[in-house]
Design a binder for this molecule. Structure first.
Ligand code: SF4
Ligand code: SF4
Length: 501
């Protein structure tokens, strides 16, 4: 078990919260580690008192797990920290067997049937009927693969709508939660990052109904229609974005999306890195990697180098980065700054250290001199090759966007006399919701909240109106028999063959 120094332990319980196996208890205001400990080290990492440490030796019979960077040592009969692997008589076994599709088919549920996958017509150019209790402007029926199908279309003004913008860049755009403005008007906020991308939430009902609602609706519409928009993040970057094009952050165009985080880059390129240098550091704001400690580096036989990084370790060879406008989106402007110390008992004169980024845009090589100092030297041909290999594996940076809308309100009345039945049909995949013919993802739970990739919708199909709201072309397609069942306006149906103008 992990060792707790009772002199230092204050019984705060931080380790209890960090332990995924629940084997730590606080008794008499001191942490006590139980039998099932897998030596994942989480408790040691979070203890504010530095009261927890690994034992000098792990118990006999424990098996090292190599399924992830944590590197648990799992004792006979017990689980690893992720609770997936168990030590069963000296071998690690996955506690849940491999599942075939048939074992999950019921949970996954039915797909939309082929006949209703595409609308007979789209909502683009459909117009709107107001008030909503009037039948939708076009309710068309026709045959698809010999089956009677109905498509109901409208251009729905949606005050519950927003645009989720994905900006592929390593450059910092601003703090999570920071407000995003057009001029002085607040139009959204920075939300959580995705892999290699900064995410912005633009619009939403609270901003649309707020004092800057018109500018909010206009901005959403411009983004969704793939026009250029200039944004300013409060306390952050000036952004020039256009869906389908590279983002410009503070006047600098982001051309490449990172190949992965620093750890993933090491996992992908360790065999080549090993040929290029004795030590490699991949700088990244999420996870910076150090080859000699990283599992991939050890796997390819890299020996310890005595390099210590200034970032906080996550797991061996993986360090949490920070955010800034330096290398790899970190605060490191001069790459040697990432090396906190060099243990010359382990390092050696002539040792070469390659520092690069996850995009391979920048790279530098250092050589350790006899006094243990780093001297910058020219990149060797092999180092240039591996940096080029990283760079050429990157996808181009671009801006993309999902339009999100809530169509579960009054707009349903134009489709059916019993709006709840339409909602139920959508969730049962009996009625297929498309936007300008493009497939949507309908959020689970109540209502009809959907999202669509704006690049699959004809450019210029979104409008805005000063209610304020954005206007989205939507289509519901279903079997005629289902349309009858949900109380659809069958009396307003027209055959699909008639060109609607
Ligand atoms: S986190 Fe540290 S100080 Fe707090 S209870 Fe656990 S061992 Fe004790
Ligand atoms: S090392 Fe991991 S499993 Fe063991 S007590 Fe600490 S958090 Fe729990």
């Amino acid at each position: 078990m992990m060792i707790v120094d009772e002199q230092k332990c204050i019984g705060c319980g931080e380790c209890v919260l960090a332990c995924s196996l629940g084997v730590i208890k606080i008794r008499s205001r001191k942490a006590r580690v139980g039998q099932g400990c897998s030596f994942c080290g989480a408790c040691k990492r979070v203890c504010p008192q530095e009261a927890v440490d690994f034992p000098a030796e792990v118990p006999e019979g424990s098996v090292p797990c190599e399924a992830c960077p944590v590197g648990c040592r799992i004792k006979e009969g017990f689980l690893g920290a992720c609770q997936r692997y168990r030590n069963q008589e000296g071998s690690l076994v996955r506690v849940v067997p491999l599942h075939g599709f048939e074992e999950v088919a019921q949970v996954v549920g039915e797909d939309i049937s082929e006949e209703i996958r595409k609308p007979l017509v789209t909502g683009i150019g459909a117009g709107t009927t107001y008030p909503d209790c009037r039948p939708a402007p076009h309710i068309l029926h026709g045959k698809v693969q010999g089956v009677d199908v109905v498509t109901v279309v409208t251009e729905a003004p949606l005050s519950y709508s927003s645009v989720l913008v994905k900006v592929d860049t390593d450059l910092p755009v601003g703090q999570e939660g920071a407000r995003v403005k057009v001029g002085k008007k607040v139009v959204g906020h920075v939300t959580t990052e995705q892999y290699g991308s900064k995410m912005l939430s633009i619009g939403g009902v609270n901003l649309l109904t707020g004092p800057d609602g018109m500018v909010v609706a206009r901005t959403m519409c411009e983004i969704a229609n793939r026009r250029a928009v200039k944004l300013q993040v409060e306390g952050g970057a000036r952004l020039e974005i256009r869906v389908g094009f590279p983002p410009v952050v503070n006047g600098q165009e982001s051309s490449r999306m990172r190949v992965g985080c620093g750890s993933a880059t090491m996992g992908l390129f360790a065999p080549l890195f090993k040929e290029a240098a004795d030590e490699v550091i991949v700088l990244d704001s999420h996870l910076t990697s150090l080859m000699s400690e990283h599992a991939a580096g050890r796997f390819v036989g890299v020996k310890p180098t005595g390099v210590k990084l200034r970032f906080k370790q996550s797991t061996p060879g993986r360090y949490f980065g920070d955010h800034g406008s330096g290398w790899g989106g970190t605060s490191i402007v001069h790459p040697r700054e990432v090396i906190k110390e060099l243990d010359m008992k382990v390092a050696w004169p002539g040792m070469r250290i390659l520092v690069t980024e996850t995009t391979g845009e920048k790279a530098v090589m250092f050589q350790v001199n006899a006094r243990g100092q780093l001297e910058e030297v020219e990149l060797t041909a092999l180092a240039r090759d591996v940096v080029e290999a990283v760079a050429s594996s990157c996808e181009p940076s671009r801006v993309s966007a999902l339009y999100m809308g809530g169509a579960g309100g009054s707009a349903r009345a134009g489709v059916s006399r019993y709006p709840i039945k339409l909602t139920q049909a959508v969730h049962a995949r009996k009625a297929n919701l498309t936007v300008g013919g493009a497939p949507t993802f309908v959020l689970p739970g109540g209502g009809i909240s959907f999202m669509v990739d704006v690049e699959r919708v004809k450019q210029g199909a979104f409008y805005w109106t000063p209610t304020p709201a954005t206007i989205c072309p939507i289509e519901y397609t279903m079997l005629l028999s289902d349309y009858q069942k949900i109380g659809g306006h069958v009396e307003a149906m027209k055959p699909f063959e008639v060109k609607m103008r």
